[in-house]
Each structure stands twice: as C-alpha cells, then as structure tokens.
Design a protein around this ligand. Structure first.
Ligand code: GLY
Length: 327
C-alpha cells in the first residue's frame, strides 16, 4: 500500500474511533443527567461529620451546593482545637499557621487562596475572590489585605494551646517527616450536589505540619485539591499535597468519571496513577472522594486509615472507611 493510501486509511479509522468515543462519552453524560437527583454531601475524615451537619442545614432547606460546601467547612475552620484545619492548626517550622483553601461551583467559577495568615475563614476569602475579582488564585499578604479590605478581621497570631505544645516538642529535634494519617485527620475536602442537581466543592487546610515557611499544598489549587465539572461530577483530595499536585489529582478523578468510570473506580484509578508516578508512595497518604451527577459517591486511598462522612436523605451522616491500595 502506498504511504498516501495508508495515511488515508489510518485517518478514516481514527475518525471513526473518535466518533465512537465521543458518542460513548455523550451517552455517559446524558445517562448521568437522566436520573433523579437528591441532595448529597460528603467530606473527608471524622471532622467531616460536624462539617456535613453545617452543609446539610443548607441542602435540606433547598439551598445551593455552593452555600452548603462553604458553610460546611466553615464549621471545621471554626474549631480551634482542630490541628489540621483553620487557625488552630499546627504551624510551619518557623511557628506560623498558614492557611490554604479553595471553592468551585456548578458554573465552573472557582478560586483559591494560599499562604494566608491570621484570617479565620480562608474558604470565605476564596469565595470572595471568586465572586468579586477576576482572579482565580491569591496568596500571602496580598490575599490578607484583600480579606481585610473586604471586612474580614485580623485574628491574633497565637497558636492554639495544643498546637503550641506539639510545636515545642517538635522543635527539640526539628525533624521533618510528613506523618501518615496525621492525627487521623487532615485537610477537609467537601463535595455536594443539591436538589437542583448542581455540584460544588470546597477544600481548606493549615497544610502539612512543620512545612517550610511559604510552602503551599494541593488544597488551594483548582484541579489538585478539588475540582467540579457540573456535567460530570466533583472530586476532592486529602493527604500529602505534593503527591496530589503531581497528578492534578481531583481533575484526574473527574476526567475518569467523564470517561464512564464510577466514582469508586475513578478514585482508585487516580491512586494507581500516583503510585505509578511516585516511587516513594509507601511513605505518604492520599485519599480521594468523588460524587457524580447522579449523586453516586466513591472513595479510595493509598493507605489504610482514610475515612469520610456522608449525609443524604437515606444516610444520616455516617462515617465510612475507604478502601485502599495498600492494606
Ligand atoms: N493536603 C493538604 C496539604 O498537603 O497541604
């Protein structure tokens, strides 16, 4: 066969394969859209139970998924005894609590805030960036100034009593090692679908304990710590942010759902991807949550020990253990 004929034959084959995949993807999305939707919210770790209560107040009253995911994680940010979210979190190695958060809605509007200090609700700052500016990411002193200019209060610099105690202990050796399932809780990531079938997500954290000053994790980065595509589904991540950032973790989970995988399968495939890309995968923990347009959810983690809280009309805010790659 001449080269030209071979080329034409290959082009025809690729075109029909493309058409097949496109039809399959379109069918998958329309199947998802045709089912009856009920409100559902899920969030990472045990602290997700209290956070879900806050979100469910909004969802059960017919409110939007966007309001629910904001109000939900604000409960966790408010808890000064929480060592991994909000101003009570463990500090960086120089003794500063620096916060990261993000939010995304059904219209694809989104924003993140990173390296934010002395502001109680970074998730609300992220929402304000999303709604009041043309930007998607603000950091550090600029983000703090934006928050203060828009009515947020500058909180005291003091660590929570427990964070201070643990930091003083850590200073004795100053050995940095990310801990697996730190305190058995970490970032709070929350994803929800409302009665109208709209999806939203949020994510907020004080980041890895004793990180380098200036380090930013996955939580404020759209597509890493959290991602929403209202045609397909939403996902969020928890664990060592660097590992999630390297594979655009939450975006990847949503793209796997777009290809037709269930939320569980999508989370599992994303974990398999990070295992394949990370020779040190045994030393870190990462967990994903996913929710599709039908309101079906899934979870999968790298290591044992990851759990999540789920609230729906059928499930009254229960904690579930996630399956994991390593047992
Ligand atoms: N997943 C939170 C962080 O790595 O900062």
């Amino acid at each position: 066969m001449t080269t030209r004929r071979k080329f034409l034959k290959l082009s025809a084959l690729s075109a029909s394969l493309f058409a097949f995949n496109k039809t399959k993807a379109t069918e998958t999305i329309s199947n998802l859209n045709s089912k009856q939707i009920k409100p559902v919210v899920l969030s990472t770790w045990k602290h997700g139970v209290q956070a879900n209560e806050g979100a469910w107040k909004v969802l059960s009253a017919g409110g939007s998924a966007l309001d629910a995911v904001e109000k939900g994680v604000m409960v966790t940010e408010d808890d000064f005894t929480n060592l991994s979210v909000g101003l009570g979190g463990l500090p960086d190695r120089d003794g500063f609590v620096t916060l990261d958060a993000s939010i995304m809605d059904e219209k694809g509007r989104c924003a993140g805030v990173a390296f934010l200090q002395r502001i109680k609700h970074p998730v609300c700052v992220a929402r304000m960036i999303m709604e009041k500016t043309q930007h998607v990411l603000m950091v550090g002193s600029g983000a703090q100034k934006f928050a203060l200019d828009n009515g947020f209060k500058l909180e005291p610099k003091t660590l929570s009593p427990e964070a201070e105690k643990q930091y003083k202990e850590w200073l004795k050796k100053s050995e940095y090692k990310p801990m697996i399932n730190i305190e058995n809780h970490d970032t709070i990531g929350m994803i929800a679908i409302d009665a109208n079938g709209n999806l939203s997500g949020s994510c907020t954290t004080s980041g890895l304990a004793y990180k380098m000053h200036g380090r930013v994790g996955d939580s404020p980065i759209i597509g890493a710590g959290m991602y929403v595509d209202n045609e397909v589904g939403a996902a969020c991540a928890t664990g060592v942010g660097e590992t999630v950032l390297r594979i655009c973790g939450s975006y990847l989970v949503v793209e796997f759902m777009r290809q037709g995988l269930s939320p569980n399968e999508a989370c599992k495939k994303a974990v398999e991807r990070l295992v394949a890309k990370n020779p040190n995968y045994k030393d870190v923990q990462v967990g994903f949550l996913a929710l599709n347009k039908r309101g079906e959810h899934g979870a999968f983690a790298l290591q044992k020990g990851f759990n999540y809280a789920l609230y729906s009309n059928e499930i009254n805010n229960k904690l579930f253990d996630s399956k994991s790659f390593l047992s």
